[in-house]
Design a protein around this ligand. Structure first.
Ligand SMILES: *[C@@H]1O[C@H](CO)[C@@H](O)[C@H](O)[C@H]1NC(C)=O
Ligand SMILES: *[C@@H]1O[C@H](CO)[C@@H](O)[C@H](O)[C@H]1NC(C)=O
Ligand SMILES: *[C@@H]1O[C@H](CO)[C@@H](O)[C@H](O)[C@H]1NC(C)=O
Ligand SMILES: *[C@@H]1O[C@H](CO)[C@@H](O)[C@H](O)[C@H]1NC(C)=O
Length: 373
């Protein structure tokens, strides 16, 4: 519903050079809940159906910057902030293409499943075989369900890529069963930012909801019926009107009600699509981000975050960005002392601490869903 992108326009050259960056995996052991032996067994990844159901789960991720762990090419500081400081300051201590000071949604969902973060598609070369056997992340910052004018792979193209990989039997040890597993689909509003930019603000974005949800329905159906996913977790929209992008003009004093109403409308439409696709709730889980976000960013003071809406990394100029520098390399942003005190890291993305707090709300739901038959 936004006036601007999420993240901001992020054009990507199709032939952007493959980066020789080390893949950084959230070390599962660093978080108490994520030991391998905690993993739900027989969930999702059970390719060897005869084998007693102990195959570890595989996670295939599709979506945007809330889920991206390195798929956006490095096209320079201005276009791809997540590859530049201060992104990644908290974890792992340098930028890794994650849109936060540290871990993002994908890391926490993998952790809830008791598995390491799946490798980002773009960083697959050189990744350990063991990790490649656990799925892959195709999500890329700036993407939408439909095209968003950023030249990022839309979700349908991300699924195409998955199917091409699966057909090739990557990795070889999983030949023929790479399609089996759990899908995570993360849609955070780029389609609506695009519509709002192109047309007439929030009202144009709201008018676009049926188109977006219809297309999303088709991609969810494909994941189940064509890609053979056992379980599909799809996120609902967070309260878009509480992001700093909307609240900065209000001096962070409150949220934009129209944008929040738009997010609620999208969520209601998505809920009815899932009810029609899967009346018994066997395959699809709507992962509610709206309620846990709202409880943390639109609540009375004194809660978990001292700063509910003011981002930790704040551009000096209203049209600037976190990480911006002037021609002399001077910072054009302010950085807070402790990102853990802030829900938002930049103008649209949560801090690692925020994702951790939101994950506390969804971890039991994910575990219960994946363990159900
Ligand atoms: C998604 O991207 C593909 C490849 O660029 C394009 O052919 C297709 O029309 C797009 N789909 C939608 C729904 O925008
Ligand atoms: C744009 O939005 C305004 C109010 O938000 C409305 O009055 C106007 O008719 C809209 N224009 C178009 C072309 O939709
Ligand atoms: C914005 O809010 C801060 C406190 O959060 C306050 O110190 C400041 O004066 C406010 N600025 C304006 C222009 O209202
Ligand atoms: C499926 O989930 C929806 C939403 O959580 C719920 O309203 C509905 O009752 C569930 N249906 C079944 C058969 O459990």
């Amino acid at each position: 519903m936004g006036a601007r992108g999420l993240p901001r326009a992020l054009p990507s050259a199709p032939a952007a050079a493959l980066l020789l960056l080390c893949l950084v995996v959230a070390p599962a052991a660093a978080r108490g809940h994520s030991r391998e032996d905690d993993a739900p067994t027989g969930t999702g990844g059970g390719c060897n159906s005869g084998g007693g159901g102990t195959a570890p789960p595989r996670l295939w991720v599709f979506g945007d910057s809330y889920a991206d762990t390195g798929n956006l090419g490095d096209l320079g500081r201005e276009l791809t902030h997540a590859w530049y400081d201060p992104y990644g300051d908290t974890f792992p201590g340098r930028p890794t293409g994650r849109f936060s000071d540290g871990r993002v949604l994908t890391d926490f969902v993998a952790s809830a499943m008791g598995m390491p973060t799946p490798v980002a598609y773009k960083l697959r070369r050189g990744a350990a075989q063991g990790l490649l056997a656990r799925g892959m992340n195709f999500a890329v910052g700036g993407a939408g369900v439909l095209d968003t004018g950023n030249f990022q792979r839309n979700i349908s193209a991300q699924i195409d890529l998955f199917q091409a990989q699966a057909q090739r039997g990557t990795p070889s040890s999983n030949r023929g069963c790479a399609g089996v597993g759990v899908a995570l689909v993360v849609v955070s509003g780029n389609d609506y930012s695009y519509a709002a930019d192109k047309d007439n603000g929030t009202s144009a974005a709201i008018a676009y909801i049926p188109t977006v949800v219809r297309q999303l329905r088709e991609q969810l159906r494909r994941l189940r019926d064509e890609a053979g996913m056992r379980r599909v977790v799809v996120t609902g929209l967070h309260p878009l009107g509480c992001t700093p992008l909307f609240t900065r003009p209000l001096n962070y004093s409150g949220c934009d009600p129209l944008a929040n109403a738009g997010a609620a409308q999208h969520n209601a439409a998505l809920r009815s699509v899932l009810a029609a696709l899967d009346p018994a709730n066997r395959t699809f889980l709507l992962l509610d981000l709206n309620a846990p976000f709202a409880a943390l960013v639109d609540a009375p003071p004194g809660g978990r975050f001292a700063e509910q809406r003011r981002p930790c990394c704040e551009a000096l100029a209203a049209d600037g960005y976190c990480g911006q520098q002037d021609d002399d390399g001077k910072r054009m942003y302010t950085l807070c002392d402790d990102p853990a005190e802030h829900f938002y890291w930049d103008d649209v993305h949560p801090t690692q601490a925020a994702w951790a707090a939101v994950a506390e709300a969804f971890r039991p739901k994910i575990r219960e869903f994946l363990l159900s038959t």
